[in-house]
Design a protein around this ligand. Structure first.
Ligand SMILES: Cc1cc2nc3c(=O)[nH]c(=O)nc-3n(C[C@H](O)[C@H](O)[C@H](O)COP(=O)(O)O)c2cc1C
Length: 177
């Protein structure tokens, strides 16, 4: 079984609908370690040696977050800035070489919003380019992102509780293999 480190960046899991559903579906999997970074590090100061050790001891790293302003909540950027140090992630050493990253993100927008002529006009893949380049710079394999669209809106394209549960069960199935 692949060891999975699920790095969650949600400012308030208690009030979350989408991310909580996804995390709850995988919480009991024995191969999955969950790090709720906003709960662990409310002041934004990350325990770098502890997180680096966890990254080294797991094969697949998931970065899960709600899409905020065509990006992530700020702590994911702080996490990259603090964790991916010269001499560890790049430069003299490439401690994460051969590991893989998968972005799992929930979006208020619909899939159509992220089509070429949609509201955003760019795909999520395009928007995630800085994270992809960061992974590449550290010799980390990039796995196809998982996007759960329409989690906020009530209008057309909004996800139902049943559809969200289907995503959550698919997430569990994917992480258990
Ligand atoms: C500060 C903020 C910025 C957001 N920016 C975007 C955005 O750029 N694109 C988008 O599709 N949704 C955006 N949303 C909607 C969130 O992605 C959505 O509320 C979230 O995925 C819901 O997940 P949760 O139920 O786990 O909180 C934004 C929400 C907030 C609060």
């Amino acid at each position: 079984m692949t060891s999975v480190l699920l790095n969650l960046f949600h400012p308030s899991l208690a009030t979350s609908r989408a991310n909580r559903a996804l995390v709850d579906a995988v919480r009991t999997l024995p191969n999955v370690t969950i790090r709720d970074h906003y709960a662990l590090y409310p002041d934004g100061v990350i325990d770098v040696p502890a997180e680096q050790a966890l990254l080294e001891s797991h094969d697949v790293h998931i970065m899960q977050f709600p899409f905020y302003w065509f990006s992530s909540p700020a702590l994911f950027k702080a996490w990259q800035d603090q964790i991916l140090q010269w001499g560890w992630a790049f430069g003299d050493r490439q401690a994460l070489k051969g590991k893989s990253w998968r972005i799992v993100t929930t979006l208020g927008g619909t899939q159509g919003d992220y089509a070429p002529h949609g509201l955003a006009g760019h795909s999520v893949d395009e928007i995630l380019l800085p994270v992809r380049l960061t992974a590449s710079y550290c010799a980390i394999e990039w796995l196809e992102p998982v996007c759960v669209f329409g989690v906020g809106a009530d209008g057309p394209g909004a996800i139902t509780d049943e559809q969200l549960d289907e995503h959550a069960q698919a997430y569990r199935a994917a992480l258990s293999s």
